[in-house]
Design a protein around this ligand. Structure first.
Ligand code: UD1
Length: 420
């Protein structure tokens, strides 16, 4: 198993190019199930989650090529409608094939994703919405079995909670359904918006993109003609590199980024005292003269993303005073706390609120990655710590960060991938 060794306390400098957004790419790849043409998707991050979804499509009978961050995907030969346990258990987002498979074939079986390190993460809202669209759903032997032999029909869906992949699944199902679907309390994440826009360019009538209420007119099972797709920049990877600059008190510049998608995050850097220069596709972060403590509550977009919570906790260890971080989306997303304590962090946990008492002098340690974003918080702490850090189980990190040791290494970090 690979691990990362970091020799910390080094200043960073220079530029880093941000990859395409994993969480935008995943639904776009799933949407190719709805296509009648071969679909070309560029700016795809070369990360494990993308390879996993491509593998899932291959298992269903689709063909693809993936090189130089561009995939061409042909789902015309797709024959199976069974997404098996061995793939779904490695990536919960595999559930994104449920909506499009059901819409195209009127039948599918998708292994039920279990709970994961950050919480239970049910999919009840996806299933209820599909039932409203005419599907019959049962759970058998760990699989969601969905049937809609006559095809799906439009429905008025009110999500009890804002769900990102739930909204995406229903958007894809509605695209091929008969009639009009309205999604109320829809997710507004930039990744959801890109999916809407690509479906729209493929001929689906969609109104209310980026708003609470989205209206979709389905094609009644007529497959879609997609245009070439260029994946939007990864706002979470971008936020993580900004934290790398911030935690090492360095000036670094991010290229290929969309600052508009990072507003809630950029405000927090400013409140902490960091300088920022932005233009349409780049962001430069500058050191803070004093790192001010921070108060963060995670929420749906456009609020502060839960996927940046762990990284800001690492950063707040250096702040001159007490920071408060409240996690509102996932019930168990503080797995990084016990690992950050190994660097010397003073963090108190009560329910879903973490109190971080800074500033802390961090010392390198052996630590274990527990989930994707928690892992990046450990890398950040390692960059700031005195001495040597080993981050183990980095397969979590490889799910979502492309070439992290190369990108940080090019910025001057001493970071090496080694084998246990
Ligand atoms: C997506 C992102 C993930 C991010 C999360 C929240 C992808 C591939 N993943 O995950 O990186 O952390 O959004 O921004 O895009 N819920 C239910 N029932 C459901 C669905 C969701 O109760 O059927 C709850 C969840 O447990 C959670 C909340 O709703 O508490 C939001 O989850 P959701 O937006 O669905 O997260 P994902 O789409 O899984």
């Amino acid at each position: 198993m690979d691990y990362l060794r970091i020799i910390g306390n080094q200043r960073l400098k220079g530029e880093v190019a941000i990859s395409g957004a994993k969480n935008a790419a995943l639904p776009l790849i799933a949407a190719t199930i709805l296509a009648k043409n071969e679909v070309k998707i560029s700016n795809l991050p070369a990360v494990q989650d993308i390879k996993t979804l491509l593998k899932l499509l291959e298992n269903l009978g689709a063909s693809h090529s993936f090189r130089d961050n561009t995939a061409t995907i042909d789902t015309s030969s797709l024959a199976s409608t069974i997404a098996t346990y061995d793939i779904v258990r490695t990536m919960r987002a595999s559930i994104l094939v449920l909506g499009p498979l059901l819409a195209r074939f009127g039948h599918c079986e998708v292994s039920l994703p279990g709970g994961c390190a950050i919480g239970q993460r049910p999919i009840d809202l996806h299933l209820k919405a599909l039932e409203q669209m005419g599907a019959t759903i049962s759970i058998k032997s760990g699989y969601v079995i969905a049937e809609a032999p006559q095809g799906l029909h439009g429905a008025r869906i009110i999500f009890d909670k804002v769900t990102v992949t739930g909204t995406e699944n229903i958007l894809m199902a509605a695209a091929l359904a008969k009639g009009e679907t309205t999604i109320i309390n829809a997710a507004k994440e930039p990744e959801v918006i890109q999916l809407c826009e690509e479906l729209q360019k493929a001929g689906v009538e969609i109104e209310g993109i980026g708003q609470n209420e989205i209206r979709i007119v389905g094609t009644d099972r007529e497959p879609l003609q997609f245009l070439d797709i260029h994946v939007i920049p990864d706002r979470i990877e971008a936020g993580t590199y900004l934290c790398a600059g911030a935690i090492t008190q360095s000036s670094i510049t991010l290229q290929n980024v969309n600052p508009h998608h990072l507003e809630a995050v950029l405000v927090k850097f400013q409140q902490m005292g960091y300088g920022l220069d932005t233009d349409e596709t780049s962001i430069t972060i500058h050191p803070a003269s004093t790192i001010t403590p921070i108060s963060i509550t995670t929420s749906e977009y456009p609020g502060f993303p839960t996927d940046m919570q762990a990284q800001f906790m690492a950063l707040s260890l250096l702040a001159e005073g007490t920071s408060i971080i409240e996690e509102r989306l996932f019930e168990n997303r503080f797995m990084h706390v016990s690992e950050l304590r190994r660097f010397g962090a003073d963090i108190k946990l009560k329910g879903n609120i973490a109190t971080i008492i800074g500033p802390t002098k961090l010392y390198g340690a052996d630590v274990m990655a527990t989930d994707l974003r928690a892992s990046s918080a450990l890398v950040l702490a390692g960059l700031a710590a005195q001495g040597q850090t080993n981050v183990h189980r980095i397969y979590h990190l490889d799910r979502g960060y492309e070439a992290i040791e190369k990108k940080l290494g090019a910025l001057g970090a001493k970071i090496f991938r080694l084998r246990e």
